[in-house]
Unconditional design. Structure first.
Length: 199
């Protein structure tokens, strides 16, 4: 066991060194804001790549997000079903949204009620994720919300939400396996919550 741990540690150290070298070799010469919108900023950087060639690296800077894994007393997860314009389809997702300048926990509490009508008595920060780090600088703050109470006060119509779904853990994994839940941020957030999700 100790040998396996040392091997893993050495592999992680070697990977970290490669990342450090790459960061040193990927040199940004200029930064130019190409477009500024309400929620995003598009940036074009002139860079020197690790192979020495020059080029343009386009990146999107977006405001932080919050995702809420809301779990009721019956071990059911709360999802929303909404229409996504960019993919032109309905999407089953966890409640989520932008921080709008608020602290992440405050934003998570607001988004949960706006999108589902639920308030939660207990909150736990599960971690942070990079949503689309190949093209976008956007941080996801993931929270677990429990001890839920339905208030009936929501703004689902404003957000294009057609319904809420309560799914057990088994039902959730079945929906994922069948390809009916394809939002990668939702699936990543569920992974962070896995130790709290019992069958």
């Amino acid at each position: 066991m100790a040998k396996d741990f040392n091997t893993l540690t050495n592999a992680v150290d070697a990977y970290a060194k490669r990342v450090e070298v790459y960061m040193q070799e990927m040199l940004a010469l200029t930064h130019k804001v190409d477009r500024l919108e309400q929620w995003i900023q598009v940036r074009k950087d002139q860079v020197i790549r690790p192979d020495g060639s020059q080029g343009i690296y386009g990146a999107v800077e977006a405001k932080p997000l919050v995702f809420i894994v809301a779990l009721n007393g019956k071990k059911e997860l709360c999802f929303i079903d909404c229409f996504r314009y960019t993919s032109n389809c309905m999407s089953i997702e966890l409640p989520a949204g932008g921080t709008d300048g608020e602290e992440p926990l405050v934003a998570a509490q607001r988004e949960l009620q706006e999108e589902t009508g639920f308030k939660a008595q207990s909150w736990r920060k599960l971690g942070e994720l990079d949503a689309h780090n190949g093209i976008c600088q956007e941080v996801m703050h993931v929270f677990l919300a429990t001890d839920l109470k339905q208030t009936g006060d929501h703004r689902q119509k404003d957000d294009g939400i057609t319904r809420n779904l309560l799914l057990t853990i088994n039902e959730t994994y079945k929906v994922i396996d069948e390809g009916r839940m394809q939002d990668s941020e939702t699936i990543a957030a569920l992974t962070l919550a896995r130790i709290y999700l019992t069958y």
